[in-house]
Ligand binder design. Structure first.
Ligand code: G3P
Length: 343
């Protein structure tokens, strides 16, 4: 289902109101807005990935979206975890040594599959640092005395929603259907449309969804107006981009797949381009921003935001109340003109 494009009109109207151009370099994203900063597994360069605290830090660092991977537990609850197993990013092995009911969930190859656990069992564990470059590599915010909390999908959504209620700052969410099958995609949409959030996540810009799996992308696209990204693809021809655009609103290529031809083909087909995964190399952010990417999945949201400011200048200030009325008039006028052109 194609999504409303009125959000693309906002920068145009804002530019009409702005007396001074603040961009050091022209923005060449699909929307004309600066690219968004997507906190990949939270601020995972600093704190244990997908933990409650990692998501909280990402929001404090100014991320536009918090990102994470979704699985379903044995009792059918959606939870945030990248690997299907708990060994690399929780204390499950040590915990099982003193908890026989957890040890009993160990598979024959020594792994602990998240799908064998109930949510209550997962919440007994601590999230730990993955032993890989770019994950908890910078210890500035890491406290070894803290037990980092496992996040359910509901916790993940609550964090963004409550951050908005507490601060007035709207941070979006970007859940990925990581487990195979359509059940997890269904759970993702059910969470985003839960009435407890009062429409927060169905408001334009507050949620995006993603998957590497074409069937899941098609499901997410067909059953929601929330934009969906197809991961792991980077079409370089109009025909290839059109076939992706038939089922998705954006692409999420790896950095290795990314290139100018793909950005051009994707944008021409109306697809956003949000590559993964950026670490702490400012030159890589700068090169990608110059290519016109629409967002970056980053383990270091503070670095992504800081380089963005250097490349494009700071964000356009939020208009004063009297300007908001003018902004509304600008948007309405532009929309009417666009509609007339299409008629
Ligand atoms: O979701 C974009 C990117 O995160 C895909 O990589 O492995 O972290 O899911 P992965």
């Amino acid at each position: 289902m194609k999504k409303s494009s009125y959000v693309y009109l906002l920068p145009v109207a804002a530019a009409m109101l702005s007396p001074v151009a603040v961009h050091a370099m022209p923005v060449s994203t699909l929307s004309g807005e600066r690219p968004v900063v997507i906190a990949h597994r939270g601020a995972s360069g600093y704190l244990p990935e997908e933990s409650v605290q990692s998501y909280q830090l990402a929001m404090k660092m100014g991320a536009d979206y918090i990102e994470g991977d979704v699985y379903l537990t044995a009792d059918g609850k959606a939870v945030m975890l990248h690997d299907g197993t708990l060994n690399a990013t929780t204390n499950v092995v040590a915990y099982a040594a003193t908890h026989p009911e957890i040890a009993a969930l160990r598979s024959s190859n020594g792994t602990y599959d998240v799908r064998q656990f109930t949510l209550a069992q997962l919440q007994q564990l601590s999230v730990t640092c993955r032993n890989a470059a770019g994950y908890c590599t910078d210890k500035t915010y890491f406290d070894p005395a803290v037990s980092y909390s496992f996040a359910s999908y509901e916790n993940f959504l609550d964090l963004a929603y409550n951050h908005y209620l507490d601060t007035g700052i709207a941070v979006g969410v970007f859940p990925e259907a990581k487990q195979t099958g359509l059940g997890v995609a269904e759970a993702i949409l059910a969470g985003l449309t839960n009435p407890k959030y009062n429409g927060y996540f169905t408001t334009t810009g507050r949620a995006l969804t993603q998957s590497f799996n074409a069937a899941q992308v098609e499901y997410l696209n067909a059953n929601s107006s929330i934009p969906v990204s197809y991961l792991g693809v980077c079409p370089t021809t109009a025909a290839a981009a059109a076939s992706v655009a038939a089922i998705a609103d954006g692409i999420g290529p790896s950095i290795r797949q990314l290139g100018a031809a793909c950005v051009t083909a994707a944008h021409d087909a109306g697809l956003t381009v949000m590559p993964y995964t950026y670490l702490n190399d400012p030159a890589l952010y700068e090169a990608s921003y110059q290519l016109g990417v629409d967002g970056v999945f980053t383990n270091y949201p503070d670095i992504a935001a800081s380089v963005r400011d250097e490349v494009f200048g700071p964000a356009t200030p939020v208009p004063e109340p009297h300007s908001l009325a003018l902004l509304g008039l600008g948007v309405a006028g532009f929309a009417a003109a666009r509609k007339r052109r299409q008629a």
